[in-house]
Design a protein around this ligand. Sequence first.
Ligand SMILES: NC(=O)c1ccc[n+]([C@@H]2O[C@H](COP(=O)([O-])OP(=O)(O)OC[C@H]3O[C@@H](n4cnc5c(N)ncnc54)[C@H](OP(=O)(O)O)[C@@H]3O)[C@@H](O)[C@H]2O)c1
Length: 320
Amino acid sequence: MARKQAWNPEHLPDLTGRSYLVTGANAGLGYFASEQLVGAGARVYMTGRSPNRLMAARAALRRRNPDAADRVETLLLDTSNLGSVRAAAATIGGRGALDGLLLNAGIVHPPKERESTADGNEVVFATNVLGHFALAGALLTSLAKATGRMVWLGSMSTSMWKYDPVDPQLVSAYTGWRAYVQSKVATAALGLEADRRLRSAGVAVSSVVAHPGYSTSGRTPGIVGVNSPTRLTRFADNLQFAITQSKEHGAWTLVRALVDPEVDGGEFWGPRLVARGEPHRGRASKITRDPEIAERLWAVCEDASGVRWPFAKAAKVAKR
Ligand SMILES: NC(=O)c1ccc[n+]([C@@H]2O[C@H](COP(=O)([O-])OP(=O)(O)OC[C@H]3O[C@@H](n4cnc5c(N)ncnc54)[C@H](OP(=O)(O)O)[C@@H]3O)[C@@H](O)[C@H]2O)c1
């Protein structure tokens, strides 16, 4: 791809022979990121927690890109459930090298009252943070085999609400919004911390943080089985056209963060106009750049997930 040309999913680098796993791939940004990756020739493991929704998304993708049918696989992966994460990671780990991991799944409308998962973790933290921490750790050697990359989903909300996650599981003072923003502080901080640890251990895997601005379903093409907003949602979302974009467009930034050879580990990517626009290298919010907060979160995730990232083993696979 000519570097002067604007980033555009129709002119992605050729991804033939590469493989990517996307969490939360049956809808929203995860679906469109999968579609764009497959369109560039990649093999994509679309993962999700519902077999029916996954099948509908795979059918939609195959309808929209018949040439890609044999490069799309689906796999059950509920990020709120550590057993499900382990099972999916074992399946993918058995396939060999993995070029990239898009840690996208998320609860974006948290419950009003605090809820716990079967593993005993607060559900927003478990879904958005812990499951991804466990998955990335379990697939680290697969990524190292391909000198791969992981992308964590942050949010511009972390610049506006500086919630320090001293109580990441929100045992006290739970609100849905706090749970969401804290989870995004955590994913971004962990994404940056992961890159520091990978570099220091000499592991040939990079870690990048990306956010999609403000991407709404009402501004997104209607696709049966993937995105069917009501007329009211379309109307309301279109009123905000100046500060929003479609999820299809929001996915451009995530895909660029995942596949552009000029993106480096430890970087933060978002839309040029923050809420919308072309992919743009930016600066992560201050709280997510604080290494002490990140170290604390890393320890919390290790304890709550029981997962220790196999840095030494991954470093033996290939040096960074
Ligand atoms: N849209 C934005 O403006 C925006 C802004 C900043 C950050 N983000 C981040 O971008 C990511 C995707 O957001 P989106 O707007 O695409 O949301 P979305 O349309 O609601 O899609 C969320 C996806 O995550 C999946 N998911 C939820 N819980 C899951 C679980 N336990 N296990 C596996 N998958 C699960 C959903 O699957 P189901 O269909 O099964 O629920 C769905 O596929 C999130 O991490 C969000 O925080 C979005």
